[in-house]
Design a protein around this ligand. Structure first.
Ligand code: NAP
Ligand code: 3JN
Length: 340
């Protein structure tokens, strides 16, 4: 890391992802000169702690980024679309957590373990996009397999934690669960159905083809990050009553044969991954073990016996850390070390 220090703004600092970004920034090696915390007018004036100091939250405006070097956005797609260009115009590099810029061909979509070289393309628009959480944790183990054998097709089903919907959904799962176990009435506000003791095959909005937007994000973003539009991908995304960590059942068909044992050895050496796979001892990746740390846990690695070149695996990561804040800070670290 160079000696230079950076002014870092966080837009959406009061939200679930923004709060985790503050923690990850405190934990990181990024040399920070000063921070600025931004949110809507609703939260302006609130105070948030950074490394022991109390920082007053300011309202996000077009002029918020003057003098800033790096802006981390997690305040929704509309806010990113409207305000990221103002940050870029003022010479700030934006790392955006929303879907607003992800599929723009001039904006890199970065996962440091997979395509760190993409970060260099920030110069096009001054914006780097952070992928969707479900995409990030899937491409981390797919990348080494794709490099070695070529992936032909992916079938993925997700089991996504409510924290992916933000703070209000965490509260809703807690409140509904508490009400139900006390035989009390409960409210349904965040999702179209009760989430407590239920699974909802519905994340983000439905599109004309019957898929949800979350499913289409996984398809499009995976192809962009792995730099291969020929990969066939189909996804089913499901919300489950878990607070933190998304789990995924990932089935892949490769071009060249690779055995489950070889996949295990390959992933054991790959960056950002912990292989957790000893079924005889009931050891496999769990949401509760992934939560609060940054590795992507991979287990239940086995041959898909229904096709000649198939592998099944179970992939779990903390959706708010590696799926959002940690990945953003890792991109900022690369940027600071190599490009700014
Ligand atoms: P959240 O808990 O509801 O927080 C939303 C944040 O955005 C709050 O800080 C809020 O400020 C701020 N905000 C909302 N409207 C704003 C406006 N007009 N101007 C300035 N700030 C505004 O949501 P979250 O879970 O943290 O998610 C935030 C965004 O991050 C999502 O919309 C999504 O784009 C992205 N995200 C990405 C992933 C991923 O997969 N990488 C995962 C989850 C979320 P107030 O306190 O003032 O309301
Ligand atoms: O639901 C999840 O588990 C992840 C949610 C991500 C999300 C939520 C609201 C808006 C996104 C995203 O990152 O794709 C967006 C969005 O920016 O479109």
């Amino acid at each position: 890391m160079s000696e230079k220090k950076f002014n870092v703004a966080i837009a959406g600092a009061t939200g679930a992802v923004g709060n985790q970004m503050i923690i990850c920034l405190e934990e990181s090696n990024l040399p920070v000169k000063a921070v600025k915390f931004l949110a809507s007018s609703r939260s302006a004036g609130r105070k948030l702690r950074f490394k022991g100091d109390l920082i007053t939250v300011e309202e996000l405006t077009e002029n918020s980024f003057k003098g800033m070097d790096i802006a981390l956005f997690s305040a929704g797609g509309g806010t990113s679309k409207n305000f990221a260009p103002f940050a870029a115009k003022d010479g700030c590099v934006v790392i955006d957590n929303s879907s607003a810029w992800r599929m723009d061909p001039k904006v890199p979509l970065g996962v440091p373990e997979v395509n760190p070289h993409a970060v260099a393309e920030y110069t096009n628009k001054g914006i780097i996009a952070n992928p969707n959480c479900s995409t990030i944790q899937m491409v981390v183990p797919l990348c080494p397999i794709h490099k070695k054998c070529g992936i032909k097709r992916i079938v993925v089903s997700t089991y996504q934690a409510v924290s992916g919907t933000g703070k209000k959904a965490i509260d809703e799962l807690f409140d509904q669960t508490r009400s139900m176990i006390n035989f009390l009435d409960y409210d349904i506000n965040v999702y179209p159905h009760r989430i407590a003791f239920n699974c909802l095959p519905h994340i983000d909005v439905f599109l004309e083809n019957g898929y949800t937007k979350e499913e289409v994000k996984m398809v499009d973003e995976t192809r962009k990050i792995l730099e291969d539009d020929t990969i066939g991908i189909t996804a089913t995304t499901v919300r489950v009553p878990v607070f933190f960590s998304h789990s995924e059942s990932v089935n892949i068909e490769t071009k060249k044969h690779i055995s489950a044992n070889e996949v295990k050895l390959l992933l054991e050496k790959a960056p950002g991954i912990k292989v957790v796979d000893d079924p005889e001892k009931n050891i496999y990746p769990l949401a509760i073990d992934a939560a609060g740390q940054d590795l992507t846990l991979v287990g239940r690695i086995r041959d898909d016996e229904s096709i000649p070149n198939g592998i099944n695996m179970w992939v779990v990561a903390d959706n708010i850390r590696k799926g959002a804040a940690t990945n953003t800070i890792q991109i900022a670290e690369i940027l600071a070390e190599k490009y700014l």
